[in-house]
Unconditional design. Structure first.
Length: 195
């Protein structure tokens, strides 16, 4: 099948694809903002409840944050998929990057918790991978730097046992690795929407 497009038509097609990709990537701001806030909340709750006996001191806040985030993300994603008539190949790649992250994270939590170990430092290290890759796919420097920040925070968390230091490292990584890039993506989304 041969198509004869004029240079102008080719340029319009390319511009349209770039516009779709920008809209698609910028809508990811929701996920970074949602998960950043939920996970900072879980970490602060864990720190505040560290002396309390029972499930809340053993990760209950993380379970609530994970379940709530999963439900909200699923509903939002389903609505976005219905609204988007064209699937962008980069959306699929990014989706698979994050899906493999979640699967690996769950396996890591089960394995480390089964041995009575805190998975926090290793999960923070692991979080650097999809964040960095998403930044590279999107060519969005704040996420690339966010991924690097998660790696640095994860290493630092591994070598500290102080609860306050762990909390500050994790919350700082979430703030500058998820929330700040999420705000920046949201601003881009608003610009794309008004254009």
């Amino acid at each position: 099948m041969e198509t004869n497009m004029t240079p102008q038509e080719s340029l319009q097609l390319i511009e349209s694809m770039i516009g779709q990709a920008k809209k698609s990537f910028s809508r990811m701001s929701f996920y970074f903002l949602l998960w950043g806030m939920l996970l900072i909340g879980a970490m602060i709750a864990t720190y505040l409840l560290r002396g309390v006996e029972g499930v809340w001191s053993q990760g209950g806040a993380w379970g609530v944050a994970g379940a709530l985030g999963g439900v909200i993300s699923s509903i939002y994603g389903a609505r976005q998929d219905k609204a988007e008539s064209v699937a962008n190949p980069m959306d699929r790649i990014t989706g698979w990057v994050w899906a493999t992250f979640v699967i690996t994270m769950i396996i890591m939590i089960v394995c480390t918790s089964g041995k009575g170990q805190d998975p926090g430092a290793m999960i923070t290290l692991l979080t650097g991978l999809p964040t960095f890759l998403t930044g590279q796919i999107m060519r969005f420097r704040p996420l690339i730097l966010g991924g690097i920040l998660f790696w640095i925070a994860g290493i630092a968390m591994y070598f500290t046992g102080d609860a306050l230091t762990l909390t500050l490292l994790y919350c700082g990584a979430m703030l500058f690795g998820y929330i700040v890039p999420g705000i920046m993506l949201k601003r881009q989304e608003d610009v794309v929407r008004t254009a």
